[in-house]
Design a binder for this molecule. Structure first.
Ligand SMILES: *Cc1c(COP(=O)(O)O)cnc(C)c1O
Length: 448
């Protein structure tokens, strides 16, 4: 156990030290990967060292490395080492975080971590929460709670809402007639006037408006819906305000981000993804609900076979706060990393991500005959276009740069317009990395 365990440590640390030199994304061919990793079901034991090598050199080498300093695609996952250690320890102890009786230690960790995260994000003290696998499940958990508190009815979102949210609503049984997608405004935010009209129209046709879904940092551009105005509107109309902060929520750790996200703390529920911008390895999502007891009202179970693990006053069973009963302790990594680095280091790391996108924007604006900034730097995301590029040119350049292994960049489309996009939340990214990526995007070559 020790020898193989130390080998795993060595493999992970070697890779971490050489991270900047590996290909940012390596994609394999299906036949070659199957040949290397497949084969008949092993009836007899195979050599564990050889299997570890296959895992490290083949299986885990063919991935996007979201923690690479030049991974700017989609949303990076710059996991920190203390968090990785926490994950390892929890797995090594086969930690469970289901009931108080069966897991009072991990339950306390989760309670503490939810409180720390709420404080970091500026949420009210009565916020309650639960850790889940990611933004998708955090949003789904919140929607289930919203319906259990409010009853069925119409949900409002925009064309910039993450695609997993309408999927969640459908999976929970929302019918098409109760999914009201609004066109975003010219800054790609929810338009309060459109929402107001939609709610009035729905009431007029006999439907019950229930749930307004705002985004605090869209995946496309980092745009933040007008949260303060939406919170006012929802309070007036008696609607549940959910904020999807899966990407951008952690921007609230910084002063500038907190100002931009003002109103987020007035939501009835909030999703945040610590495996994106809070430096945790996959997976870690957090669902906050600001109505005390609402999570349990939706999810608590009281079957006879769990009676002996329930406990009394002041105790908490996280298996009663989401659809997961047997669940691992995702709080361990957050707890260990917050203690190891301290909140101030997290704030600096988030601020660095915000500043890097602003740096990229400044570089783009310094070359106005080459670049047009289509969506300015907003909490870590900037979108831009090459002057004179046709619709497919951005995708082609992004693909070529990504294939080269030097960096990963994606293109996206904003109101039908093709753009390149950088998401810059890895605090180990340097200004030189940004300069070189922009140079290679401009040249449209693999940089050689
Ligand atoms: C990533 C993301 C999600 C989905 O979260 P997962 O962790 O991938 O499940 C939802 N909303 C937004 C805004 C996101 O950026």
């Amino acid at each position: 156990m020790r020898r193989l365990g130390y080998r795993v440590v060595d493999l992970v640390v070697e890779r971490a030290l050489g991270r900047g030199r590996e290909a940012v994304i390596r994609e394999g061919a299906p036949e070659a990967l199957l040949e290397a990793l497949g084969g008949p079901l092993p009836e007899a034991p195979l050599d564990a060292d050889a299997s570890l090598d296959l895992l490290a050199d083949v299986a885990l080498a063919h991935m996007q490395h979201g923690d690479h300093p030049r991974y700017f695609a989609r949303v990076p996952g710059p996991a920190s080492f203390a968090a990785i250690l926490g994950e390892w320890l929890g797995t090594g102890f086969n930690a469970i975080a289901t009931s108080w009786g069966g897991a009072s230690g991990p339950a306390t960790l989760e309670l503490v971590v939810i409180g720390w995260l709420a404080e970091l994000l500026g949420l009210p003290a009565h916020s309650e929460g639960v850790l889940v696998s990611g933004g998708s499940l955090a949003n789904l958990t919140a929607f289930a709670v919203a319906r259990s508190e409010m009853g069925p009815g119409v949900a409002y979102f925009t064309d910039q809402t993450h695609a997993s949210l309408p999927r969640n609503l459908r999976a929970l049984g929302w019918g098409e007639a109760h999914l009201h997608r609004l066109e975003s405004d010219s800054a790609l935010r929810m338009d309060l006037g459109s929402l107001r009209r939609a709610v009035a129209e729905d009431r007029a046709r006999g439907c019950s408006p229930r749930l307004v879904i705002a985004t605090a940092g869209t995946t496309n551009t980092g745009a933040v819906d007008p949260l303060e105005a939406l919170a006012d509107f929802c309070a007036e109309e008696g609607l549940w305000l959910h904020v999807d902060g899966a990407y951008g929520g952690p921007a609230a750790l910084t002063e500038a981000g907190r100002a931009r996200l003002r109103g987020m703390e007035r939501a009835d529920s909030l999703a945040v993804d610590p495996h994106k911008w809070l430096f945790q390895p996959y997976d870690a999502g957090a669902c906050f609900v600001m109505r005390p007891g609402a999570l349990e009202r939706c999810f608590a179970m009281h079957p006879e076979y769990l009676r002996d693990v329930k406990a009394g006053q002041g105790t908490i069973s996280f298996g009663d706060r989401s659809l997961e009963l047997t669940r691992r302790s995702r709080a361990i990594k957050l707890w260990l990393s917050l203690r190891t680095y301290g909140a101030e280091r997290f704030r600096e790391a988030v601020a660095r991500g915000i500043a890097l996108a602003e740096y990229a924007e400044a570089r783009l604006r310094a070359a106005p005959d080459v670049w047009e900034v289509v969506s300015p730097a907003q909490i870590g995301v900037v979108c831009f276009a090459l002057r004179g590029a046709d619709a497919s040119e951005h995708a082609r350049r992004a693909a070529r740069l990504t294939e080269s292994g030097f960096a990963a960049v994606t293109s996206t489309s904003l109101k039908g317009r093709s753009v390149l996009r950088l998401c810059t939340i890895n605090p180990t990214t340097t200004e030189a990395d940004i300069d070189e990526v922009l140079r290679r995007c401009e040249r449209g070559i693999d940089g050689s």
